[in-house]
Design a protein. Sequence first.
Length: 131
Amino acid sequence: MAKEFKEKTITVNLSRVFEKPTTKRTIAAKHVICKQVEKETRLKEFKISNALNETIWSKGRYSSPRKIVVKIVKDKNTARIMLPTEKYEPKEAKKAQPKPTEKKDKEETKEAVEEKKETTKKEETPKAKKE
């Protein structure tokens, strides 16, 4: 059984990717990374960071890196895959704070909306008479 972890660093060997057709190598590299992370963490959901994605695609579609070092951070039921130099700070759930209800503001806005409607109606009626 795998030990529980919060953060883990692994090296993924991407040499198998070079057996694929040249047009599919970088796409296959992403799949190999996800398979390796799934094997290490036993989680099914992944999120790849933008920096890691740019590193994989840095050489273009036809040739990807041979090896890549990856940091895996467990966040609830998902694994976040990123470069070891990146920092990850989980977003804390914000509690819903009740908004102060000011009836005066709402009444003022209702009055302003009504005034706008009246002015538009006044402007429309003379146009209709001219035609």
